[in-house]
Design a protein around this ligand. Structure first.
Ligand SMILES: NC(=O)c1ccc[n+]([C@@H]2O[C@H](COP(=O)([O-])OP(=O)(O)OC[C@H]3O[C@@H](n4cnc5c(N)ncnc54)[C@H](O)[C@@H]3O)[C@@H](O)[C@H]2O)c1
Length: 327
């Protein structure tokens, strides 16, 4: 019989109740013991549907409940001390991307995770997709010249949603395109510096919207490659794009989250592998076996992606390039 694993949640909103809990319910021996949401009715509804006790204060939940792992699924600007308390008690952490809104908070949490030596796994699930594995294997011994990525779409949620408020979400690049930037980091390597230019020209009349509607970033990589990335939330009626072009000598790859196109045709032989463990299975497997090698994005690695996107925000605000500092 599979070893019992007790899981708690801080933040019982969309990603928790529509993705993580249903996936955890598919894994034998996993029990949801407690759920906390500052909107108590949200925690109550989730507890009624999935089991576990409901709380509105994570400190009270962590004081009262015994658990092996904690999922932290709150908006980027809402990370306070849940990770610090849980790590201090030896509770393993699954944290949603982007892991924070400020580097100071991220460094504080990274230090606590390191000191407690708990397992950390961040919700960059694209790293577990067959495209990521195939592209990473292909690129491992190649010299990359140029990287050009995009994430174009609309605005999630209604007028009251935290996503459209810069001080809560960090904007399209930090909150949503973080998946694309993280995939670029996974495939190409660490960033050395970014320079960004943002604007809000076309969505000036949208209620409560303070995020930019156009974001363009110039990227320099540690391995010498150069790149650029563009993001927009101006396509509010649908449509958009999400892909990354990686140019090598005589061949380029166009990579989305589901496929890889090779140009010119036949210039490289890349076959997608069968899907392996999904990200929730990976976290539970790591808790059960102690094997951290299966985790493709731990807290510190995810903080490096946050440093890129927060660095782009800083560059756009100051008009100056921002150099990465995390090694
Ligand atoms: N990996 C992915 O593909 C993916 C997809 C969607 C969302 N996310 C990430 O998950 C996080 C949450 O997004 P969501 O879509 O679930 O948002 P959501 O608004 O649907 O849910 C967030 C929940 O957190 C609660 N909350 C806020 N502050 C809290 C606190 N201090 N303590 C307890 N609860 C608190 C809110 O009341 C809300 O119910 C975000 O960081 C988002 O970027 C990741």
């Amino acid at each position: 019989m599979a070893q019992q694993v007790r899981i708690g949640f801080v933040g019982a909103g969309g990603i928790a109740t529509e993705a993580h809990i249903p996936a955890l319910k598919q894994i034998e021996g996993v029990e949801i013991v407690a759920l906390c949401d500052t909107r108590k009715e949200q925690a109550d509804a989730a507890a009624q549907q999935f089991g576990g006790r409901a709380y509105s204060d994570h400190r009270e939940m962590l004081d009262r409940e015994e658990m092996d792992g904690l999922f932290v699924c709150v908006p980027p600007g809402a990370h306070t001390d849940a990770e610090l308390i849980a790590a201090g008690r030896g509770v393993h952490l699954f944290i949603e991307k982007p892991v924070v809104l400020t580097m100071d908070k991220g460094l504080e949490i990274a230090e606590a995770v390191k000191k407690a030596n708990v397992i950390s796994c961040v919700g960059y699930q694209v790293r577990y997709f067959p495209v990521a594995e195939a592209a990473r294997t292909f690129l491992a011994d190649k010299t990359i010249g140029m990287v050009v990525g995009n994430r174009w779409g609309g605005i999630p949620g209604g007028p009251e949603h935290w996503w459209r408020v810069m001080d809560q979400s960090g904007g399209m690049v930090h909150e949503m395109a973080t998946h694309n930037i993280d995939l670029i980091r996974y495939l190409v390597g660490d960033f050395a510096a970014v320079y960004a230019c943002y604007s809000r020209n076309v969505l000036k009349d949208v209620d409560n919207l303070t995020v930019p509607d156009a974001q363009v970033i110039v990227m320099q990589f540690e391995n010498g490659a150069a790149g650029s990335f563009s993001a927009t939330c101006a396509l509010t009626k649908g449509g958009g794009a999400s892909s990354t072009d990686i140019v090598l000598r005589d061949v380029m790859l166009r990579i989305s989250f589901s496929e890889i196109e090779v140009m010119p045709e036949g210039a490289a032989d890349i076959t997608l592998p069968e899907p392996g463990m999904n990200i929730q299975e990976t976290f539970i497997h790591a808790i059960r076996t102690g094997d951290r090698s299966v985790i493709r994005s731990d807290y510190f690695d995810a903080l490096k992606t946050a440093e890129v996107t927060l660095g782009a925000n800083k560059s756009a605000a100051t008009g100056k390039p921002v150099t990465m500092t995390l090694a």
